[in-house]
Structure formats: C-alpha cells, structure tokens
Design a protein around this ligand. Structure first.
Ligand SMILES: [Zn+2]
Length: 292
C-alpha cells in the first residue's frame, strides 16, 4: 500500500505535470473508480470537462486538485484522489498503450501528456467534492491530522495530545486523527530509531522520548521521500508501494531473524492488530505489563 512518502512523490509529480492544465476529456473505464462521486460517473465527467486543475495538495494519503471554471474563477470544488492499496496516477504520452487496469483517463486541451488512473484492486478512487475557500482542504478530509512532512505540523500540540492518550505508542502512531500518514512500516522504523517498543504506554513517555520518536518519524519519512524522489522519473508520476526504499533501507520491518543494524540482535516479529510488528528485542525492550 502506498504510504505517505509515496503519496507526496505523486503530489509533487501532479503539481509539476498537471497543475494549471485544462481538462479536454474524461473517460471512466470502471464505475468503482468513481464510486465516491455519489452523483455518478456522467456527473463526474461533466464536473471536470473544460475545467482547469489549478494545483495539487495533500492531506495524509488524500490528494486534492482544486478546480477552476472556464473563466478562471474558483469552482469551489476539487478533484480528490485516494490511491487505496494499488492505485497509480500516471502522466503519459497519448501514444502509450493502455494499462490493463486503466480506470480513468484525462486528456488536456494543450494536447500534451494525459493523466491516467490505474488501479488493479480498485480500492482507490476519484471524486469531485466541495473544497474549502480558495481551493482549501475539502471538508471531508479536514479531520485528518497534518503529518510531519507538512510545514504546519505542530510539535507541541502533538506531544501534548500523545501524552494525554492512554494507549500504546504504536497504536497512537497509526491513529490518523493524532498524526497523519504513518502506516505500519514507517511506525516500526520510527519506533526502532527511537528505541521504543510499540506497546509502551503513551502517557508514560517523557518529552525527550516523544521528541526522539518524532525525529524518527521525520527521518524515516524524509529518507523515503528522498528515495522516491531519486527513483522518480519526472515524466512518470508513479506510486506502487514497491519502491527501492522498501527493500533496501528498512532496519526492522520485514526483517525477522536478520541482525539489528545497531546491535546485531535478531529482529523479532510479533502479531499486532491482525498484522505484524517488527522490533529489536535488545534496543526496544517490551514494557512491563501495566498494573491494573
Ligand atoms: Zn538492536
């Protein structure tokens, strides 16, 4: 599944290659791709044809592109995209053969490269929704917390909110209302960097531990973003969850029984919310059970 850094790479690609262009035509190849557009696919097509996509923004794993009317006025709407498990937004030459799982195609009035939404598993989707003022965040997305890659992220507010929660720290990292965009992989990597076991109670963390954790989150996201950036062909807005980062730069995630890069102890895998958590038994000791 694409995580925050991959979605940010896509946003940058859209900002570079799509923002400012006017839609000439929209084709919807699979109704599931626009199922979140409640008025149906014909309405979706009509809402975008002849309109200009003015910018590309992101909140968490959602992308939104504000729409302008043909006369240039803000339409008060935005094209909202979520990539789901397997979605890709590709900017490609019109001569490029269609992908097997092509779900939607946008052509532009400049006759240049088209935007394609490709999604094998169709958990992702596109919709035109009401946006905030001046192309601001659509109300439906406003509850999603700002993530640490965003300049507006508030460290003090995050620290206070985290310590107020009576939960385990990994659960808190995955809570999208507390901190945006941190999935299972980045949570495990950040916890390893901060030398914290994911079951540590948040209300017992010191300010210093929260600061280390946040540094860990920022570093791992930043490195993944840099990696996505270097492997990113600027003409190919891509996300596939299989970037080189996943195999080459992970210290603990998916590394069961391999040596911890810091101390050499074999990495352990534990079950966590129907998934897995990976950590170093030496660097990240499990907390003692909380007394009732
Ligand atoms: Zn270790």
């Amino acid at each position: 599944m694409p995580e925050l850094p991959e979605v940010e790479v896509v946003r940058r690609g859209l900002e570079q290659w799509v923002a400012g262009r006017t839609v000439a035509s929209v084709e919807v190849h699979h109704p599931r791709a626009v199922r979140r557009h409640l008025e149906g696919s014909e309405h979706f097509v009509a809402a975008l044809t002849g309109r200009t996509l003015t910018a590309a923004h992101r909140r968490g794993k959602y992308l939104w592109l504000p729409v302008a009317e043909p006369d240039g006025a803000e339409a008060g709407r935005a094209l909202v995209a979520h990539l789901g498990m397997s979605g890709q937004l590709l900017v490609e030459k019109r001569t490029q053969p269609d992908e097997t799982h092509l779900r939607a195609r946008f052509t532009f009035t400049d006759g240049g490269r088209e935007l394609r939404f490709v999604d094998q598993r169709t958990f992702g989707g596109l919709a035109v929704e009401e946006s905030g003022a001046d192309g601001g965040i659509p109300p439906r997305l406003a509850h999603i917390a700002i993530d640490p890659l965003d300049d507006a992220f508030d460290v003090d507010a995050f620290t206070a909110a985290l310590r107020r929660r009576r939960t385990e720290v990994k659960r808190a990292l995955l809570d999208q209302t507390l901190i945006g965009g941190v999935g299972n992989i980045y949570a495990d990597e950040a916890l390893w960097r901060a030398r914290l076991h994911g079951a540590r109670p948040t209300d017992k963390l010191t300010r210093g531990q929260v600061a280390d954790l946040l540094d860990g989150v920022r570093d791992v996201l930043g490195e993944a973003l840099a990696q996505g950036g270097t492997s990113f062909d600027s003409l190919y807005v891509d996300v596939n969850g299989q970037s080189g980062y996943f195999s080459r730069f992970l210290a603990v995630y998916g590394q069961s029984d391999r040596p911890c890069p810091r101390c050499g102890t074999p990495i352990r895998r534990e079950s966590f919310m129907n998934r897995s958590s990976y950590s170093c038994p030496q660097c990240q000791p499990r907390p003692r059970a909380r007394r009732a």
